[in-house]
Design a protein around this ligand. Structure first.
Ligand SMILES: [Zn+2]
Length: 233
């Protein structure tokens, strides 16, 4: 039989480029990755067929076969690993939705950071908080209107409602239903913006915060400010 040389699928190339820094990252992704590295972890793309003791810890998987209806999920056993749903990413990457797909990866990376912070996801309130943070600190729930018109602001900018809806959705997909979280709980979760120093409400704002943060904290000059200011392509 003739052996066919398999081409690397587009999703794999895209993921490798995201993590090897050859794509100019979006600021949400950049901040999450920097924090994970600071926590002592590296994220290395690999395959679902890699051995459990291999250093790879993010890969694509056929979620439909697993009966999982979402876009991505994080597992902590036997090691922390991010699974991205192949079918979901394939169709959207084909349509050029790179930013949305980067946001999904970043969302899982915020959960990763929270696991490292000791948040216990078997506790529904902790999981809810991590979901709120993952929605707000990944760019999935931003303020899309940046003008000064109050009416448009009220109509268009609902990041917290967006995060709450997403959190409840995510929890029901993962079989951990959460009904009616209290305002007190929600506010507490919204205020937990770690590792950010202020809540990034838009791409532009996120870039500004990062530049300010690095000017204050980056002493070794290994981060080029211009790099994170480049638009995500
Ligand atoms: Zn999530």
């Amino acid at each position: 039989m003739e052996e066919r040389k398999d081409e690397i699928p587009k999703r794999e190339r895209w993921l490798r480029q995201l993590f090897n820094g050859s794509k100019s990252p979006n600021p949400y992704f950049y901040a999450a990755l920097k924090e994970i590295n600071r926590q002592g972890d590296e994220i290395t793309p690999g395959s679902v067929f890699d051995e459990a003791d291999s250093p790879t810890n993010i890969c694509f998987v056929k979620c439909k076969e697993l009966g999982f209806p979402g876009a991505a999920f994080l597992r902590q056993e036997p090691k922390k690993i991010i699974f991205l749903c192949e079918e979901y990413f394939d169709s959207r990457l084909r349509d050029g939705e790179y930013t949305n797909m980067t946001e999904i990866v970043t969302h899982e990376m915020i959960h990763w950071i929270d696991v490292n912070r000791g948040m216990d996801f078997s506790n529904k309130e902790s999981l809810f908080c991590s979901e709120i943070r993952a929605a707000l600190l990944s760019g999935q729930c931003q303020e899309f209107y940046n003008g000064t018109n109050t009416l448009l602001k009220t109509m268009l900018n609902h990041p917290i409602k967006c995060a709450k809806d997403r959190a409840i959705d995510s929890m029901s997909i993962s079989g951990s239903k959460m009904c009616c979280p209290s305002d007190k709980l929600l506010q507490g979760c919204v205020q937990d913006i770690y590792p950010w120093t202020e809540r990034p409400t838009s791409q532009q704002k996120a870039k500004e915060i990062l530049v300010k943060q690095f000017q204050l904290t980056d002493q070794n000059g290994c981060i080029k400010h211009g790099h994170i200011l480049t638009q995500d392509s």
